[in-house]
Design a protein around this ligand. Structure first.
Ligand SMILES: C[S@@+](CC[C@H](N)C(=O)[O-])C[C@H]1O[C@@H](n2cnc3c(N)ncnc32)[C@H](O)[C@@H]1O
Length: 263
């Protein structure tokens, strides 16, 4: 259906109907979501024609709207990619404020491309590569790439498998949620391979850590996001790989969520 037709259909849906669907799904526990949705409809954002059904199915508002803000950009998203999270913005901001003189960047598990594209905007002279195992995610990343003036290159790869070069900076936000949490209702709409990892959430992070040094230039920088309670194991693995200056970075609410290491 053409976008304009979808819009006029939504405008004809009366707002009480939307409110009713919302309250019967969420009660009064998520009113800020409703306010945000109604505001977006007013500002003519693109909304799916299945809006009432989507609300009933608790589809996250980010997927209903089809886009979400991340750091300085607005990213097109579909259920093929993880919804960009505010804590990941902390990581981008930390890199912006602490890292200088880099000419090449690798973003592992790029998803919507949000980290790679934001870093390309910050480090204007750097070559940036984003890799993902999901072709559908890479299609979305390509669609978002106009924001970097198409500077980011995207490639399909199972972590480092197809990556040939070395980089000055590697950043990874891998799946790290333990598989036993896969029934958690707030996560059922997002792609499983973006969220869950074996070995209590640590299989993918540990695989990346063990391959990272080989793909870093001397003194290259490595950042990895991880789940709550995983910091010690991640630090231990990085010490084992002989990273130096291993540093814990906290998120907006002071939880240990990222680790840095120098090659
Ligand atoms: C937590 S999401 C991160 C998405 C995005 N970088 C962000 O921060 O919003 C993890 C991403 O890793 C990708 N992924 C999962 N397993 C992978 C693998 N073996 N090799 C490459 N990418 C993988 C998923 O497809 C997903 O896009």
């Amino acid at each position: 259906m053409q976008k304009s037709l979808v819009k006029s259909k939504i405008n004809n849906l009366n707002k009480p109907e939307i409110k009713q669907a919302w309250y019967s799904t969420y009660g009064d526990s998520y009113e800020e979501g409703l306010r945000f949705l109604l505001k977006s409809i007013d500002s003519n954002s693109f909304i799916s024609e299945n809006l009432l059904e989507d609300i009933k199915n608790k589809k996250p508002i980010q997927y209903i709207l089809g886009e979400w803000d991340f750091y300085t950009g607005t990213y097109k998203i579909t259920p093929a990619v993880l919804i960009p999270r505010p804590e990941t913005e902390v990581l981008v901001d930390y890199i912006k404020n602490n890292i200088v003189d880099i000419k090449s960047i690798l973003d592992l598990g790029t998803g919507s491309g949000c980290i790679a594209i934001e870093l390309a905007k910050i480090f204007k002279d750097a070559h940036v590569l984003g890799v993902d195992i999901s072709t559908k995610a890479l299609e979305i990343a390509h669609k978002n790439n106009w924001q970097s003036n198409y500077k980011v290159k995207f490639m399909e790869s199972n972590w480092f498998e197809s990556v040939k070069n070395k980089f000055d900076l590697i950043v990874a936000n891998p799946p790290y949620v333990p598989e036993k949490e896969s029934k958690n209702s707030s996560l059922v709409h997002e792609p499983k391979n973006a969220l869950f990892s074996e070995q209590n959430g640590l299989a993918d992070p540990l695989k990346i850590i063990s391959g990272a040094k080989k793909h870093l230039n001397p003194n290259g920088h490595f950042f990895i996001e991880h789940g709550e309670g995983q910091s010690e194991i991640i630090q231990e693995a990085m010490h084992k790989e002989k990273f130096s200056s291993v540093t814990v970075i906290k998120d907006l609410v002071e939880r240990e969520r990222f680790v840095y290491g120098n090659a």
